[in-house]
Ligand binder design. Structure first.
Ligand SMILES: [Mg+2]
Ligand SMILES: [Zn+2]
Length: 222
């Protein structure tokens, strides 16, 4: 049986039992059923999900970046289960002049290194450096960064994909692109009650990223 495979530059047909595919859990440029079956990708917000959230402030330098207690363990488990972990994060502090893109890149590099040391892997990080008035297409709750990820990775079945965030904007973003949403209470939002009046409700509310990973890894039990 053949399936069609598309990417930005190539279009080819691949046998379902091709050695290129056998044993792989992901293949970035496939479309259709096979892709749904094997493309394992999860989207995470950064601040309040992986790292400490500072109310009305930003992580302006690496020294201020602090992993949340269970984050590395969660990232390790997702990696072990062959999930591609992709971060989608608003960093308006750049546009507002609190830190530069260069600093943000350095923070990202160090974060990825630390995660790697603990057996996890962050595949890709997408930031929106703009603020509201810049009117960009990438600032959550807009879905520009998810679209960019799809261009980079190939077809993503968003309906079968999770987005984990700590704020109302994250949940709204997930609904806008059509993912399942998990709200963690380790950042901006402190309690379930806070989310009760939100325009869009998360599919799950859990304490932290490790609990979110458990839902992602054991969908049948939840
Ligand atoms: Mg956040
Ligand atoms: Zn933007």
């Amino acid at each position: 049986m053949f399936i069609s495979c598309f990417s930005a530059t190539t279009h080819r047909r691949i046998r379902l039992d091709s050695p290129k595919i056998l044993g792989r859990t992901s293949f970035p440029c496939l479309r259709g059923n096979l892709c749904n079956l094997i493309m394992k990708i999860v989207f995470l917000d950064r601040d309040g999900v992986i790292s400490k959230y500072y109310p009305k402030d930003w992580t302006k330098k690496w020294e201020e970046f602090s992993f949340l207690p269970t984050a590395k363990e969660a990232l390790r488990r997702l990696n072990q289960a062959n999930y591609r972990v992709v971060i989608i994060s608003n960093q308006a502090g750049v546009s507002k002049g609190f830190f530069t893109l260069k600093t943000l890149s350095y923070i990202t590099k160090r974060m990825k290194e630390e995660v790697k040391k603990s057996g996890g892997k962050i595949k890709k990080v997408y930031y929106c450096p703009h603020q509201e008035q810049d009117n960009c297409l990438c600032r959550k709750p807009k879905v520009g960064l998810f679209k960019k990820a799809e261009r980079d990775f190939g077809y993503i079945d968003f309906e079968k994909t999770f987005f984990v965030g700590d704020s109302e904007v994250d949940i709204l973003t997930g609904k806008n692109i059509g993912t399942k949403t998990i709200l963690v209470l380790s950042g901006k939002t402190k309690s379930k009650e806070e989310a009760e009046n939100w325009q869009k409700q998360p599919d799950y509310i859990v304490t932290d990223l490790l609990s979110a990973a458990e839902i992602i890894l054991n969908p049948a039990e939840n």
